[in-house]
Design a protein around this ligand. Structure first.
Ligand code: BUP
Length: 471
């Protein structure tokens, strides 16, 4: 066969939640040369675009580790326009991540030019949804196919692409608070939709970013989803059917994304090695979550009360660079005394995938950030959902429906009300002991593995993308 030499550029947006799937995609597209075994005899060049400045040290570290363990992958820095903290129509302090997303969004038209000057010029681009409005048209004009990677669930993506029409119908008399029927999602209670999605784009930065970019999706060659047919059957098939929106490009569900590198490496958490199988609950609310101090204390009491062993990653500030709180002051000495035999608290970044793959882990209390959900799904780890914001209630619905986990709706969004230790203890016990849940979560894990076996749904979809690149 003829040797072809595609040059793939991979362009993430800001924040760990958006960076992670791109690093995984990059390594899926360009495995180390020694392991390469592709049918179309390609010598592939891959460039990771690094958005500068990064917002968190976690991103900085992930990028550095990735590049040092993938020496065959190139990188190119792209400087974004300055962030604009005043670009808000309401007086509330903006989430620093949203302000950063906005800067990335406003800089996207410059990125098209940056990409076109890479040498050799990319022959295909994989980019974040937040970049779509600035790059899809210029890239199309240059004849460079661009695929958009969605870093959330197929279900939330469905909601994003229908939100403009939802906003116009939500004032109608026949729509009720029990929920509008959305194709692929069913009736969805208004409470599950993050309020920003129902705001007018002129009044809300995040809505404007999503709305503007979704309008450019028809210019992309395809949409990549980190999900799989079994996990979100209705949303995936509705998106693919074209019934939701005729202008959507082809949809490629290729999840769960495969880990970057081996998971065998040490995690510095040797404590886990000495715990019985499936006895420990892993607790983490993601990279950008700061739980209020009184709720952290109540969660501590709940864990103590549950009697279950735990590994808890605590974040006390939104941006990790500012994390200075002393845990002893926060949780009290008694907590540490009472739980020292059966629990571990960490403030540092841990390798969550390695932890979730550990035989001692029996459950995961999670905010339902989509990467975390897919990591749990991949390994069939039962999940207790406690969403914080954004897509996470919709993600929690997916988790519940697919049988991966349980969700106590009455807890609301984290911070909506103080959830008491008694309630927390009961739910943790339920997740860790329910045989029914263990079975259904294990089934999700098996189906996730199948999706990537020969003839598996995700494997086949990924093959189609590779074929497109090889053409
Ligand atoms: Br915290 C933490 N170690 O200590 P999500 C996170 N992670 O490996 P988020 C670690 O970061 P958004 C840690 O495994 C996942 O891949 C975790 O992404 C990893 O949530 C990623 O789960 C976190 O999508 O982002 O960061 O809140 O709000 O955008 O969903």
């Amino acid at each position: 066969s003829v040797a072809i030499q595609p040059h793939i550029a991979v362009c993430p947006s800001a924040g760990i939640g958006h960076l992670t799937p791109f690093l995984r995609l990059a390594s899926m597209l360009s495995p180390p040369p020694s392991t390469t075994n592709n049918s179309c005899n390609i010598t592939l060049t891959l460039t990771l675009i690094i958005i500068r400045p990064t917002l968190s040290s976690a991103e900085e570290n992930q990028i550095n580790t990735f590049l040092s363990t993938h020496p065959h992958i190139n990188s190119s820095h792209f400087q974004i326009l300055p962030v604009d903290n005043n670009n808000s129509s309401n007086s509330k302090k903006q989430d620093p991540f949203v302000v950063h997303y906005d800067a990335v969004f406003r800089s996207s038209y410059l990125l098209a030019n940056h990409l076109s000057t890479l040498s050799p010029q990319p022959s295909v681009v994989f980019s974040d949804l937040m970049l779509a409005s600035g790059i899809t048209k210029p890239l199309a004009d240059l004849g460079i196919p661009n695929y958009t990677l969605i870093s959330t669930s197929a279900s939330f993506f469905t909601l994003m692409v229908t939100s403009a029409s939802l906003r116009t119908t939500s004032g109608d008399s026949d729509s009720d608070s029990d929920g509008d029927e959305i194709p692929g999602l069913g009736p969805i209670p208004m409470d599950d939709i993050p309020p920003f999605l129902m705001s007018e784009p002129d009044n809300n930065m995040l809505t404007r970013i999503i709305d503007t970019n979704c309008r450019h999706l028809h210019e992309t060659k395809g949409v990549l989803l980190n999900s799989f047919d079994f996990f979100e059957p209705e949303s995936v098939s509705t998106l693919q059917s074209g019934k939701l929106l005729a202008t959507l490009p082809p949809i490629f569900p290729i999840g769960p994304f495969i880990s970057v590198g081996s998971l065998k490496g040490s995690n510095n958490i040797s404590w886990l090695d000495n715990q019985p199988p499936k006895s420990v609950v892993f607790i983490s609310f993601g990279s950008r979550t700061a739980m209020a101090k009184d709720q952290i204390r109540e969660l501590g009491k709940g864990i103590e009360r549950s009697g279950i062993s735990f590994l808890w990653v605590i974040k006390t500030t939104v941006v990790d660079k500012e994390d200075k709180e002393e845990l002893n002051d926060l949780l009290g000495e008694a907590f540490f005394m009472n739980t020292k035999e059966r629990g571990l608290i960490v403030k540092e970044w841990v390798n969550q995938e390695v932890i979730l793959a550990h035989s001692a882990i029996g459950g995961f209390l999670s905010h339902c950030g989509w990467n975390s959900v897919m990591e749990a799904a991949q390994r069939g780890v039962p999940l207790l959902a406690w969403p914080l914001h954004g897509d996470q209630r919709v993600n929690a619905r997916v988790v519940e429906k697919a049988g991966l986990g349980v969700w106590e709706r009455s807890w609301g969004w984290i911070g909506e009300r103080l959830v008491k230790s008694e309630e927390i203890a009961l739910k943790i016990q339920e997740m860790m002991t329910s045989e029914k849940l263990k079975k259904s979560a294990a089934r999700v894990g098996e189906e996730a593995t199948k999706a990537w076996e020969i003839d598996g749904s995700s494997k086949k979809m990924f093959g189609k993308i590779i074929d497109n690149i090889c053409q």
